[in-house]
Design a binder for this molecule. Sequence first.
Ligand code: AMP
Length: 281
Amino acid sequence: MQTLSDLPALRAAVAGLKADGKPLALVPTMGALHDGHMALVQEAKRHGRHVVVSIFVNPKQFGPAEDLDAYPRREAKDAAMLAAAGVDLLWLPPVEVMYPTGFATNVSVSGVSEGLDGAARPGHFDGVATVVTKLFNQVRPDVAIFGEKDYQQLAVIRQANSDLDIGIDIIGLPTQRAEDGLALSSRNAYLSEAERKAALALPRALGEAKRLMEKGESVESATAKAMIILENHGFWPIDYVTLCDAVTLEPMTVLDRPARLLGAAKLGKTRLIDNIAVEPK
Ligand code: AMP
């Protein structure tokens, strides 16, 4: 596996990978890799003859009071995992390569970016859309793989890819979970032992609300019960537990079409998110 950090070298290496005309797959990440990321890599190998993984902790998607400095960084371990998984190229750009002095462009996706994490984390999805557009232009893959763990992010990227005629095949992979059901996340590393146990309340609360709604209980009542479960396990503040249209992410008050229940809340200093499909009768 090659590891590259400057753009001319990346362009040359990508041209080499593409020379056989076979599909190239990209997996964008922020590193601190876990089995969820590695499942994306395996999916990438199913779709691409060649696989590029990027690791870039993108300052533009962190708010001023968020965890940019604390975000776990373990590039050497990550690189070893990716090499062992058969990845062709690790793209590891430094911040000054991604955002050189004078960088002035912002990619902003309206609509799907605006509620949920877009409301709780102002500017977050502009940062995501901008960096992913840049990664797409740098690597020019045929296919890119993202996790449903970040369901709104996936919707934002699909929208930008379509609106800007980027033309990459965007694949969403179901959320990979620990044995007990907690969604794998680089931020789980922040949790104390007691918090790790309490964190399970997030998938459980969403699962319970899903069960209630699919049984006919109102969206309002079921989501309120999910929030109570979260509060009872120490989550606070709760940014949202919201049922949304599975495609547009518009909030829904009645379960009358395929939906997604999304939740975000803080446990101690760690902000966790999760989501689950909810189907109408
Ligand atoms: P991150 O490094 O957290 O920015 O995530 C990089 C990619 O991995 C994104 O497409 C995430 O949605 C995806 N991802 C993170 N955690 C999981 C998970 N538990 N299951 C599936 N995909 C994930």
